[in-house]
Every structure is written in C-alpha cells, then in structure tokens.
Design a protein around this ligand. Structure first.
Ligand SMILES: [Zn+2]
Length: 180
C-alpha cells in the first residue's frame, strides 16, 4: 500500500530533512536551509502552531552539526481574557548542536542514517515558545459581564448600602449577634 501524502503537509517541509553525508563531506561549509512547515498538531492547551518559517545555516564541525538561524512561529490562540480567537507570530533564535551521544536538554542526537530531520528539534522550540496565556490585545478587558467587576462600585453605595444588598445574602440579616 502506498502512503498518501497528507494534504495539509506543506510541500516545502521536505527541505527540513537534510542529507547528512553531503554536509559531512564539506566541513566548515555552511548549508542554508530556508523552508516552511505547517505542522499537523503542535499545540499547548490554549494555542497552536499554524506555520513555522525557518532560515537555518547547518555546518559540519568535527563530529557535530551546528544549526544556527531563526524560526518564525505563527500561532493561533484563545485570548485569556475574552476567550476570543487571536493570532500572532514569535521569532525564535535557533542555536543548536546535533551530535552522537547527545546530552539531554543541551544537544540533539545525530541520527545514524543519512537523513537529519530538523522537525523534531523545531517542534521542541515551538512548544517552548507557544504562548501559554495569549491576549488579543494588551488592552483587552474581557467580556462585558466580567468587565463590571473591575469597575469601582457606584459612589452612592456608601450612602445607601441597602440598595446594593444582594438578596442571596438576606438570610444573614436574620442573624443576631449579642455580647452575652
Ligand atoms: Zn481578548
């Protein structure tokens, strides 16, 4: 059976899988990778990546491959105040090393085969940079009914506290406190 290529997959994302022997044959000669990737599922609870534009320079240095460049992450998210959909983009600096026997959290493992797929490394960067609590704008005040609570109470409250009594608390009026 032939595996169908996903319709959502950007045709250019194949550029993010680079030929290792070619890189290693030319140590010290950087190879530029300019590509974009539409990940199928790269998200946090309230935000998801829609497109990642990549411009990376790869270079074989001794037994390692260095990846230096930038990624522009385009995301959509839910505004934490009004809960409406919002979107934005975040620029990510890429400065990573691929090597055999990588140290966890510091470098990435160099694959044994001939292909170096940059997507898992990019996915990790994206997850670190997706907004956890996005705002549609700095001045977003949220929906109308919660906005009410942020305003100060009308000035006549102090003069006529009875007017603003919440009926749900009326049972408390029955309570009598004595000094005995
Ligand atoms: Zn908002």
């Amino acid at each position: 059976m032939t595996r169908m290529k996903s319709v959502n997959e950007s045709p250019d994302s194949s550029d993010l899988v680079v030929d290792l022997p070619k890189l290693q044959r030319n140590p010290g000669v950087p190879a530029e990778v300019a590509s974009e990737w539409k990940p199928d599922l790269l998200e946090t609870t309230h935000s998801s990546a829609t497109l990642i534009q990549v411009k990376i320079s790869l270079e074989a240095v001794s037994e390692r491959i260095t990846a230096i460049g930038t990624a522009t992450l385009h995301w959509t998210a839910q505004c934490r105040r009004c809960l409406e959909a919002t979107s934005g983009c975040t620029s990510i600096d890429i400065n990573e090393i691929f090597e055999e026997g990588a140290s966890e959290g510091e470098t990435f493992e160099l694959p044994l085969g001939e292909k170096l797929d940059l997507k898992p490394m990019l996915a990790e960067q994206v997850l670190l940079n997706l907004p956890l609590a996005a705002l549609c704008s700095e001045s977003c005040t949220g929906p109308k009914d919660t906005e009410f609570f942020t305003k100060s109470l009308p000035s006549n409250t102090e003069q006529n506290p009875q007017e603003f009594k919440d009926p749900r608390w009326s049972a408390l009026d029955q309570l009598k406190f004595t000094d005995d």
